[in-house]
Design a protein around this ligand. Structure first.
Ligand SMILES: [Mg+2]
Ligand SMILES: [Zn+2]
Length: 271
């Protein structure tokens, strides 16, 4: 098996909403968030919003309850599990934060399927307030990326370079994302890699405008069912070609898993 490193964005890729917006909207802080957004960078604003939530009596449990009912397409978890079963190394690169992401992954029992999560660090302080910090401490040392789509707190392209430097040469990356922040890492992929942009979302628009800058093979997807089909097709077809290339094939070197999400049961959290 050639082996893939599958790198997922989180918001609007694994879950079907933006977790930051979801928490703010579900706890009825949308107006304040919108007021402050013009003056405070997004990542700093989320930390500020956690202060506001705490000051107005919202608890960590309130945030957890909201995160547990974030929308997720029923095919996405089976797709993640199948990719893992096929021998892929799974990672997340996200501009959300550790608490939001781990709460949702733990809720679905899939946290341990991911070897690494690169995101904005967060922790709960002594007073029960969630603190959110930038992935790159941009006030002390800017990440230095000039791609205009990268926010000051996180360049996902830098993260991909770090992943590439630490992985075996023969492994290929499959990168899945939807947002403008997923454009920079798309530029870092090699011609043996695969890029899965979500169709009609910002990263797809950016890629369409500058296809000549992308070396990876592009496979678009629209929703969770499509994500599952496209992702597993890339992994399965690569496993088949690896098997064909092997002269002395004893028949157990590759695994093909076909999953139809319609037959998978996804736990539905109480609302
Ligand atoms: Mg996203
Ligand atoms: Zn960048």
């Amino acid at each position: 098996m050639a082996g893939f490193v599958v790198v997922f964005d989180f918001d609007k890729t694994i879950i079907d909403c933006d977790s930051d917006n979801w928490v703010v909207d579900e706890l009825n802080f949308t107006d304040l968030f919108n007021q402050l957004l013009s003056t405070i960078p997004w990542n700093s604003l989320m930390d500020r919003m956690m202060d506001e939530l705490h000051a107005q009596g919202k608890t960590i449990q309130d945030i957890v309850d909201v995160l547990k009912r974030a929308p997720i397409h029923p095919c996405v978890i089976p797709a993640i599990k199948a990719a893992h079963d096929l021998g892929s190394d799974l990672k997340i690169v996200s501009d959300a934060n550790t608490f939001f992401i781990e709460t949702i992954l733990n809720h679905y029992g899939i946290r341990e399927l991911f070897s690494e999560i690169y995101t904005n660090p967060s922790f709960i302080d002594d007073e029960g307030r969630l603190k959110i910090f930038p992935h790159h401490n941009f006030t002390e040392s800017p990440h230095g990326c000039n791609t205009y789509t990268c926010p000051p707190n996180m360049c996902k392209g830098k993260v991909i370079e770090k992943i590439q430097a630490s992985m075996p040469e023969e492994k290929k990356i499959i990168y899945l994302g939807d947002g403008a922040g997923d454009f920079c890492p798309s530029l870092k992929l090699r011609d043996t890699d695969f890029l899965m942009p979500r169709k009609d979302f910002p990263v797809w628009d950016l890629i369409c405008k500058s296809k000549n800058l992308i070396r990876a093979e592009i496979h678009e997807w629209t929703d969770g069912e499509d994500l599952q089909n496209v992702l597993l097709q890339i992994i399965n077809s690569s496993n088949i070609s690896t098997e064909e290339e092997e002269e002395d094939n004893n028949g157990d070197s590759s695994k093909i898993i076909s999953v139809d999400c319609k037959f998978q049961k996804i736990p539905v959290s109480a609302h």
